[in-house]
Design a protein around this ligand. Sequence first.
Ligand code: FAD
Length: 407
Amino acid sequence: MPDRRAIVIGAGITGILVARELLLEGWDVTVLEARHVGAGSSSRTAAGIRQQFSTPGTVRGMRYSVRSYQALAGELEGGESPIVQNGYLFLHADPTRWERARRIARMQQGAGLEEVEILEPDALHARFPWVARGEVVGGTYCPTDGFLRPHLIYNGGADRVRRLGGVVLQNTPVTGARATAGRLTGVQTPKGVLEADLFIDATNAWTRRLAPLLGAEPLEVRAKKRYLWFIAREGPMSAGTLSAMPLVITPRGTYCRPENPDTLLMGRKHEAAPEDGFTYEDQDQIEAAYSHQGGIDAVPFELWMGLAQILPDVGQFGGINATTSGYYAETPDHNPFLGFDRQRPNLIRLVGFSGHGAMMGPFTARVALALASAGHDLDTIKIDGDDIPLDAFRIGRATGAREQMVI
Ligand SMILES: Cc1cc2nc3c(=O)[nH]c(=O)nc-3n(C[C@H](O)[C@H](O)[C@H](O)COP(=O)(O)OP(=O)(O)OC[C@H]3O[C@@H](n4cnc5c(N)ncnc54)[C@H](O)[C@@H]3O)c2cc1C
């Protein structure tokens, strides 16, 4: 159908899953990627996925993401699952926060996340003996949460897009646009002008640079550097125990999860200035203070020691042997923008995911399809009979009040 041609700009997890969703509904889809599939944050992510969120709509949205990632395995060549459901364990040391966490867990159970467990200290230590006694007052654990294998999503997903008849053009940056009566008609690339009826911005941290090229609205999305560190297993913790470890969020915010049976991935959000003019190479630039080679005064060693206080066996690991980095695309309220551009009525923006874009991928794709079908913004989308509100993601919302990620 001539009015069902879409161009998706950006081939990370978002762009690829959106392309797949539109193709399954009969759209003609071309994905344009400046570099190569997965060149942005999607290949630099901790890729945690959780359903433990603080509003019922969010819990339901993320249940949808988990189920979708489980089902995606059947569509990928090789059939490997892109989701590892080792669970997600939030640990608490502060009694007031622990009381609040228990309340939220009960809400989550009521919203359908029946498997979330409230673990008082004895139960916690029986289940996870590697957590230090006396350091925490409790934890919530959801066994169906976990983490993703991002390359399976963007690379396997890109293959799936091609098998569905979609086109993925790499080394094809969008450099400009054509418009008639305010509507985009085509985008310029080094390979020529490509025309479509609907355009989707899935460039995340690059969106501030793409917007003027498209004549689109500037959105409050800032690129901020984030790091991950990799610690070699040694000492009493076995490969089997590490492999089965959930993603653990410690009371001070440092988190970790197994990367493989011999390596623990560790991360933590730190104060960082926006770097709006970053280059592709800057994604891999590691400041000395954040490098594992920065000596014992460097941030990762401090974090490792803090982690070891809560997980003593990790203190006996062999050392931090790698650092990776990438950009969060942050919005003031840490919720993404999912909606139609207010200057270009046939442009959908799906950007500003902060630390949640990987886990949100299938939900984002579902929102994109609903918007594409409607041709305008929606207040809610229906997932499995539940209306999930979209107001927290609308372009033009008041972002001043720092709501923490309600999806
Ligand atoms: C250290 C770190 C830890 C994280 N941890 C988590 C986590 O635990 N859980 C989670 O869910 N998320 C996490 N995230 C966030 C998550 O990785 C991102 O939100 C997600 O990968 C975003 O995917 P995307 O497809 O929207 O963007 P990206 O993967 O960044 O893709 C955007 C693409 O657009 C392309 N592009 C840019 N400009 C143009 C142009 N002009 N023309 C064509 N293409 C263009 C880029 O090359 C890029 O490939 C983390 C991120 C980092 C950096």
